[in-house]
Design a binder for this molecule. Sequence first.
Ligand code: SAM
Length: 279
Amino acid sequence: MRIDVVSIFPEYLAPLELSLIGKARQDGLLQLNVHNLRDFTTDRHRTVDDTPYGGGAGMVMKPEPWAQALAAVAAARPEAASADTEAPEAAAKPVLIVPSPAGERFTQATAQELAEEEQLVFACGRYEGIDERVMEWAADHFTVRPMSLGDYVLNGGEVAVLAMVEAIGRLLPGVVGNPDSLVEESHSDGLLEYPVYTKPSSWRDRDVPAVLLSGNHGKIAQWRRHEQYRRTAERRPDLLAEFDAGKLPRADRTAFADLGYDVVDGRLRRRPDAGAGRN
Ligand code: SAM
């Protein structure tokens, strides 16, 4: 995968040289290029912002440096060179992700979807954001996706890009050593992960749950599933509304019943008489 990031603070992306993503770059699994938006300005002060039309607080990012930067990125992509009439599919538009608190929510499902792409481009906004016409213009060259990390406001898109690139990058084949560890994680199956423990088995008067020391793999798997249900019901009951409960074995339905949920038409329904909880 090739990733291009455009930012006025390229140094902000330095952590992507570390750990698993840094190693993936060294190993050639991920090609990541960071571009300074100011390199695409033409004035002496390398200006990237101006006052907002209509008034109001803050500054808005000017459109032309963005168009120059994004056009350069689009032209540099390997497919662009080979885009001819014989292979029109090779010229498929890359995805341009524009981090924004006003974008669609970035989730594990989004990360999985984007990990299938050949090229991703990220446009890091600052100030009050980027002149809206950039997104309209960019739609001719990219599939534009404004995307939010969560319902809060950051100072710039760089932190969002760090999170998104890490979430997407670790799904690329070969980046995480043991691919099994991607399967049982929180959100991979729509639930939160079960609690995990390591040695010693007894620590400060707290014991690891006995079933984990039993060596009984069937029982361990069931305990973990039921812990996923308990934890998700307690912390993120909103996730249970989407959970496909149609094929749950009886023991799992019982576990959900103990948590106050019945299975109705393959979906979990909270019983009205279930005890008051966070859900
Ligand atoms: N005025 C904008 C609004 O209210 O939607 C917020 C601008 S914010 C101060 C500056 C930049 O930070 C945004 O352009 C975006 O790139 C980034 N940003 C802020 N919050 C974000 C979030 N929750 N997810 C992704 N990017 C975010």
